[in-house]
Design a protein around this ligand. Structure first.
Ligand code: N2P
Length: 365
């Protein structure tokens, strides 16, 4: 286990530490941009027979995979991960054949800088038009060349209000001694460091050696209070009655709220951030055409609706949103009040320090 973690931190260090590569020559598959007017080619490029999808756990409904396979005859192999860093370390270690990955914005930003993603041929992904324009042209993919938003969301606090009566407003109210052994937390170093920064009045992207040293004592206290670290399915600890409070992905919170209104969702008052998880194609992908077909398939409103039903994050597909029920749209975890929220940025080589800090604190607990 230790060796694996060391390997992960080492790889992240090398990856994020790399200098930006010089501008690439455009890939042969690059087609017109989403707003381009390139004429469709007469012969459609042919996909490979299999598609290797490497995506977050609890995020891609089997029904969607089956529907795609049935229609196209392409077999989908779905492998899961529970953090961006886990995905990156496997991708960078090589020896894999991933056609599609599903990173968050800060990892897309890093992968784009490192020229590790294949440009998308938008003539094969016309349904990109369904994506909320507010999610286009953002810092991680300014020219919309490499990524298709899957879901967006926030990270917030869930409270079982049958069990906890105190008002809970922010991270500091969660990580209190009196709740020791009743807390679930995402098992995610970048997230935890961001919470501690926000709880210290700093910005989630202000990750410097000094700021890491500043939040270390707070994080050391926090990890001692946590009963369950789980990024895959933190809702389970609530449903089993193992915990009464915690910090989780908004989609997990939405499922809890759907199950029982006693599970309330609170955006931390110290500051909440937004994540944007997108599909992207590694430059080494053997089946790029199949990957783009999958992108277009999940962008169909009726398919995207299935994703929202199973995993109720914030759907970035405006046409799909029209198909959701008033109840789904009223779920406060799925569709929180609008607000200016930061997204994580690529922080370069200090990413490995973030991982090491939290990993070490957990190990010494
Ligand atoms: C889905 C995880 C959501 C990913 N299980 C948050 N970036």
């Amino acid at each position: 286990m230790k060796r694996r973690l060391f390997g992960l931190i080492f790889l992240l260090g090398i990856f994020f530490g790399c200098k930006e590569k010089p501008a690439p020559t455009p890939a042969a598959s690059a087609g017109p941009g989403p707003s381009g007017s390139g004429a469709p080619t007469a012969d459609k490029p042919k996909p490979g027979k299999e598609l290797n999808l490497f995506a977050w756990s609890e995020y891609v409904p089997q029904e969607v995979i089956d529907g795609f396979s049935k229609e196209t005859g392409i077999k989908v192999n779905y492998e899961t991960y529970a953090s961006n860093e886990e995905m990156l370390s496997k991708l960078l270690a090589g020896g894999t054949n991933y056609d599609l990955i599903q990173p968050s914005e800060y990892v897309i930003e890093a992968l784009v800088k490192q020229k590790k993603l294949a440009p998308i041929d938008w003539s094969l992904v016309p349904n990109f038009k369904n994506i909320d324009p507010k999610l286009k042209g953002l810092a991680h993919d300014p020219e919309n060349k490499y990524s298709v938003p899957w879901m967006t969301g926030t990270v917030g606090i869930v409270v079982n209000t049958d069990k906890i009566k105190d008002p809970i407003k922010g991270y500091k109210d969660v990580f209190q001694k009196k709740y020791k052994g009743r807390i679930v937390s995402l098992n995610d170093s970048r997230e935890m460091v961001a919470w501690a920064l926000e709880a210290s009045g700093l910005k989630s992207n202000d990750i410097t050696p000094e700021n890491l040293a500043k939040v270390k004592p707070m994080l050391a206290e926090w990890v001692k209070l946590v009963k369950v670290f789980d990024s895959d399915s933190p809702k389970t600890a609530f449903l089993n009655g193992d915990v009464d409070i915690g910090v989780v992905w908004s989609g997990e919170a939405a499922l809890l709220y759907q199950n029982n209104k006693k599970f309330s969702y609170i955006l931390p008052e110290e500051g909440a951030h937004l994540f944007i998880d997108s599909l992207a194609i590694p430059d080494s992908a053997p089946n790029k055409v199949g990957a783009m077909m999958f992108m277009d398939y999940i962008l169909r409103p009726e398919v995207s609706k299935l994703v929202s039903e199973k995993f109720p994050y914030t759907n970035p597909n405006l046409e799909a949103r029209k198909l959701l029920t008033p109840d789904q749209l009223a779920n406060p975890a799925s569709y929180p009040p609008a607000g200016e929220r930061e997204t994580f940025r690529d922080i370069g080589k200090i990413a490995s320090e973030v991982d090491k800090l939290v990993t070490d604190l957990k190990a010494s607990n």
